[in-house]
Design a protein around this ligand. Structure first.
Ligand SMILES: [Fe+2]
Length: 265
């Protein structure tokens, strides 16, 4: 089965194929295992964010459709990753973006699309978790990849806030990679954020670093003005400033949050 021509009904048909695929992971009771259900919900939020970004940026219909399709498919491999390896940690299993790309290609959902459309969607999926986007001179691919990366980050902001609200994070930091909750920010992470550089994963050594990285995205990791506007509307920065004050008295907190605030306005 393919999603067929890249016309107005394309996203609906692709959505139906995606849902039928996810249904294969449901138990006899019709439910997904809870961790998979969270990924399904994440995907729905990422799609909604992508739609908001392409509307806010007034993208043409073609580019918008490519971007939203890539948002729908970006985490396709998460279900099989959890089933096979019982973890979402890529370093202990597979690169889930490569896995997602390969599954979408093997399923042939995009087989009826023009090669340029198919490649744009597949590359946006493949590149969604890379530290940096590889060089690419196809404007539609670049736009779709940037939308997916922004839409994904917006939902990562939502997920952190839900985890803080629903877990006893001072004692059980499993949702935050078991990082020490009271350790001060790593100066190397702070330096990278203030310089507008991505933080290397080995420099994430405390819960504060984990949260500050997200503040760093707000300062320099978001591609579109619409994304930054949504961050402001959803109060994601004040939430992190308050939370960081609860976990550390480091002066870096206000320094980085002030910097992000200036970049968001
Ligand atoms: Fe992902």
């Amino acid at each position: 089965m393919t999603a067929g021509d890249f016309d107005a009904g394309f996203l609906n048909r692709l959505g139906a194929l995606y849902d039928a695929y996810v249904d294969e992971y449901r138990g006899a009771d019709g439910k997904l295992p809870p961790m998979m259900q969270l990924k399904r919900e994440h995907t729905a939020f990422v799609v909604a964010n992508a739609k908001a970004i392409v509307a806010g940026e007034r993208f043409d219909e073609h580019t918008a459709r490519v971007a939203v399709a890539a948002a729908l498919l970006h985490d396709t491999g998460r279900y099989e990753q959890l089933k096979r390896y019982n973890t979402f940690r890529d370093s202990d299993s597979v690169d889930h973006a490569v896995f997602s790309h390969d599954i979408v290609r093997e399923k042939g959902w995009l087989a009826a699309c023009e090669p340029s459309v198919r490649d744009a969607i597949l590359n946006a999926v493949l590149w969604h978790n890379r530290r940096d986007l590889p060089p690419c001179d196809d404007a539609v691919t670049v736009a779709a990849a940037k939308v997916v990366r922004d839409a994904d980050k917006l939902d990562i902001f939502r997920v952190l806030e839900r985890q803080v609200a629903t877990t006893d994070w001072r004692y059980d930091c499993q949702a935050f990679w078991n990082l020490p909750t009271t350790a001060k920010p790593n100066p190397k992470a702070v330096e990278a954020i203030m310089a507008g550089r991505p933080v290397d994963y080995q420099n994430i050594q405390s819960l504060a670093d984990f949260v500050l990285i997200q503040v760093g995205w707000m300062a320099s990791g978001l591609n579109y003005a619409t994304t930054r506007k949504l961050v402001v509307e959803r109060n994601h920065l004040p939430f992190r400033r308050d939370f960081l004050h609860q976990i550390t008295d480091s002066p870096f907190v206000d320094q980085i949050c002030d910097y992000a605030e200036s970049r968001l306005s």
